[in-house]
Write a protein that binds this ligand. Structure first.
Ligand SMILES: [Zn+2]
Length: 92
């Protein structure tokens, strides 16, 4: 599922549904990324400059509380990010 740059996320963390506290560069700013989505500080700090899929897999493997928040937040959503979350969830 390619990134839909026109998709508008709600005013909440696009990853976990927490508070919108910052804007996350989906591809790290340090690696030339310019596209941002709303994000909570917790997700943003943890993701840092990792690639999106690598970060999601890391959360799934090592941070079960956050992964549960992310999976629950995306359970009934069908946007490009939700589809990525579903795909990584279903790899197991
Ligand atoms: Zn978050």
């Amino acid at each position: 599922m390619p990134i839909d740059y026109d998709y508008e996320f709600a005013d909440e963390c696009a990853y976990c549904g927490g508070s919108w506290e910052c804007d996350d560069h989906v591809k790290a700013y340090s690696k030339g990324g310019v596209y941002t989505i709303p994000c909570c500080n917790e997700c943003n700090l943890n993701k840092y400059n990792k690639g999106l899929k690598s970060w999601l897999r890391e959360v799934r493997n090592y941070w079960p509380e956050k992964w549960e928040e992310i999976v629950n937040h995306h359970r009934w959503r069908r946007n490009w990010l939700s589809q990525m979350v579903h795909q990584i969830r279903d790899e197991w």
